[in-house]
Design a protein around this ligand. Structure first.
Ligand code: NAD
Length: 360
């Protein structure tokens, strides 16, 4: 297969972790006999320095040409006081919009070697393996009318949580399709006891479920879901929800894995004629200026993002599984970066990347 990938290292540790992710991608291509063509582009603070824009036109062109895009992280302290429109993070929002990615997937796995890093008791978290599917382009964060109006005691602020039937149908279909490749269970999260938009959400998700009779569906209220994620995370497989609920619950779920340096993410858009999803892959963490340039960052979230890319954009499940197994092997070896609190001397970013390649 020809894997046509754009890499956007971005700022800070973004450059270090994507370097290792690319090393792993090359190893997979070599081992499984795929053709790999990698382009590299500018995004974020580095792009502002070189071109004046957080998402330069050239990067936008490359992203539209690529089959999949791997990002590092963006953000530099020197831009902290700049207006939101001009900051490196604007580049992220702009590229998501450009590619039309409407679903954010965050897989969360409790690796056995990291159970002690999780704030939950080992017996609660052991075996947890779930994906949060968050709707990314609608809901409360985009709905109109929105604003602040009036004066004094009459001043009021307002936002609108709105979803159309097609928006709910497409994210529900994605969740059910993902579940077919996993344990065939979807949990849909809403607040239908209070919100009309959630009543529509629940009805449409149930209708879509009829197209997937081999997948089990249950519904949970968002407040109960927040509780169940902590009480019984193993009960979840694919968990689908609107934008703001997903923003909050995906952060909650992420602590199960023990370190932010372990969390990959995928943002997916429509399916291409080949059957693969348009995808943007990135670690959940930021550019970590406090450890940038020191070869200390954990590259496993970026490497896990490569596994997600292989699975969703290229349909290469076996290759993705090989990467995930290699991550587990490296974790079990104990030769890991400082954030995972190894017993002896911590491994460097580069050493972990090389160890994953060897394990593949
Ligand atoms: P951060 O995720 O960069 O760092 C938070 C803490 O986690 C830091 O102590 C950092 O050292 C540690 N950490 C993060 N990733 C790690 C890794 N792979 N290995 C080991 N330790 C790791 O969040 P922050 O400090 O709030 O933000 C720093 C910059 O990153 C800001 O400019 C912010 O806007 C940006 N940011 C970007 C993204 C993105 O590109 N998607 C996401 C979040 C934050």
């Amino acid at each position: 297969m020809n894997l046509n990938v754009l890499v956007l290292p971005g700022d800070g540790i973004g450059t270090e972790v994507t370097r290792e992710a690319v090393r792993v991608l090359r190893r997979v291509a070599e081992k499984f006999h795929h053709q790999l063509s990698i382009a590299e582009g500018l995004l974020g603070g580095v792009a502002i320095h070189k071109t004046g824009q957080p998402l330069p036109d050239e990067t936008a062109r490359l992203a539209l040409e690529a089959d999949a895009t791997l990002m590092g992280a963006v953000g530099l302290p020197e831009f902290d006081n700049w207006p939101p429109e001009k900051r490196p993070e604007k580049g992220l929002l702009a590229i998501r919009k450009l590619l039309g990615v409407y679903a954010n997937l965050r897989p969360v796995r409790a690796y056995r070697a990291l159970l002690d890093s999780s704030p939950l008791k080992n017996e609660l978290v052991e075996g947890a393996d779930l994906i949060i599917v968050r709707e990314l382009t609608g809901g409360l964060y985009y709905g109109t009318p929105r604003g602040i109006e009036g004066q004094g005691a009459d001043e009021r602020g307002f936002n609108t949580m709105v979803y159309t039937r097609p928006e709910i149908e497409r994210i529900a279909r994605m969740a059910f399709t993902l579940a077919r490749g996993r344990r065939r269970r979807v949990t849909s999260v809403d607040k239908s006891n209070v919100l009309e938009v959630s009543q529509l959400w629940r009805r449409v998700v149930s209708e879509v479920a009829a197209e997937f009779p081999d997948v089990t569906l249950d519904h949970l209220l968002v407040d109960n879901c927040a509780m169940q994620l902590i009480l019984n995370p193993r009960r979840f497989d694919v968990v689908v929800m609107e934008n703001m609920f997903g923003d909050i619950l995906s952060d909650e779920a992420s602590v199960l894995a023990g370190s932010i340096g372990m969390l990959p993410s995928a943002s997916l858009g429509d399916k291409r004629p080949s059957g693969a999803w348009t995808g943007l892959y990135e670690p959940v963490h930021g550019s970590a200026p406090d450890i940038a340039g020191q070869d200390r960052a954990n590259p496993l979230a970026a490497i896990g993002s490569v596994a997600a890319m292989l699975e969703y954009s290229f349909g290469l499940a076996e290759e993705a599984a090989a990467v995930n197994r290699a991550i587990e092997t490296v974790l079990n070896s104990g030769h890991v970066t400082a954030d995972l609190r190894p017993a002896g001397k911590p491994a460097t970013t580069t050493e972990v990347g090389k160890a994953v390649c060897e394990a593949i």
